[in-house]
Design a protein around this ligand. Structure first.
Ligand code: C2E
Ligand code: CA
Ligand code: CA
Ligand code: CA
Length: 279
């Protein structure tokens, strides 16, 4: 009826406004979050396979919101990206992750690599290379201790410019990891020329690994491709022993996931590591 239709419309409008207000409020909060020191990093270990040596860690951003509590990046990275705030936030992430890596370096873990995620806007930003170079210098961190993770779709967007940026990163001596691999549209030709060191198989393929043969076939194919192109293959989102066994059997070089280590603050990282790597 008319009435329920109108109610429905009003409800829709009201919830739209609520959502828009919500996003606007969140954006306002995000603007001051850096200054208020509300961001922190958690670190998830990366292990070589099958031997289980620690290869390093991936830094993952968290926001301690004064009202909403701890928020994960999926709930604010998009907003940070659209507003441009991701650039200064990303610089903070890089700085903090390199500072932490320097601490581990001095504790004797000089072969570890710290992986930092770059969003599309950061990757396209003119200042990126200078910021990376300056950050490494500031912390007296060798470039080999840093990996930058860019998603496949970021790396493959505007391929000529991306290729140039990736080459500059690579020239610094910093490793490049292609994140969420398998979800974008890499042409084999570009992939061959890409100055990358690592492919990270998207979590989506790992999740259903044991449920069907299709994802298993895709994962095997990505590993074979990586072998051919001389790229390290990392699987992320490993949660079960079955997944680990499969990934190891097809020859993945490294594994990451809740099964072998959850993301934790730096002060818990070493103790979390002493929990046995599942064989
Ligand atoms: P990502 O780079 O693909 O990171 C992996 C995500 O999967 C992380 O979520 C991690 O906590 C989660 N994860 C790890 N192991 C498992 C597992 O076994 N099972 C499941 N279900 N999940 C697992 P998180 O920390 O919420 O980050 C989400 C995304 O936000 C990241 O995806 C990355 O794209 C982005 N992100 C995180 N930190 C940063 C940052 O500092 N800068 C930028 N630009 N993006 C970031
Ligand atoms: Ca990542
Ligand atoms: Ca990923
Ligand atoms: Ca992702």
């Amino acid at each position: 009826t008319k009435r329920s239709g109108r109610n429905g419309y009003h409800f829709f409008e009201a919830s739209m406004n609520a959502n828009a207000r919500n996003q606007l409020q969140l954006l306002q909060d995000l603007r001051g979050a850096l200054q208020r020191k509300e961001f922190s990093l958690v670190y998830q270990p990366k292990f070589s396979s099958p031997d289980g040596n620690v290869l390093g860690a991936e830094a993952l951003l968290r926001w301690q919101h004064p009202v909403r509590g701890l928020i994960g990046p999926d709930d604010f990275i998009g907003l940070a990206e659209r507003s441009g705030l991701i650039v200064p936030i990303g610089e903070w992430v890089l700085d903090e992750a390199c500072r932490q890596m320097r601490v581990w370096y001095e504790q004797g873990h000089s072969k570890w690599k710290m992986a930092v995620n770059l969003s599309a806007l950061q990757f396209a930003h003119d200042g990126l290379i200078d910021v990376v170079r300056a950050t490494l210098l500031r912390h007296r961190l060798p470039a080999q201790c840093l990996t930058l993770e860019v998603t496949e779709s970021t790396a493959m967007h505007d391929t000529a410019t991306s290729m140039e940026t990736l080459q500059k990163i690579s020239d610094l001596g910093v490793d490049i990891s292609i994140d969420d691999f398998g979800t974008g549209y890499s042409s084999l030709l570009y992939l061959k020329r890409l100055p990358a060191n690592e492919l990270k198989i998207d979590r989506g393929f790992v999740r259903d690994l044991t449920h069907g043969t299709e994802d298993a076939a895709i994962v095997s194919a990505i590993v074979a491709l990586g072998r051919t192109l001389n790229l390290r293959i990392v699987a992320e989102g490993v949660e079960t022993q079955l997944q680990q066994d499969f990934l190891t059997s097809v020859g993945c070089d490294a594994l990451q996931g809740y099964l072998m280590g959850r993301p934790v603050p730096a002060d818990q990282f070493m103790t979390a590591l002493t929990a046995d790597y599942p064989q």
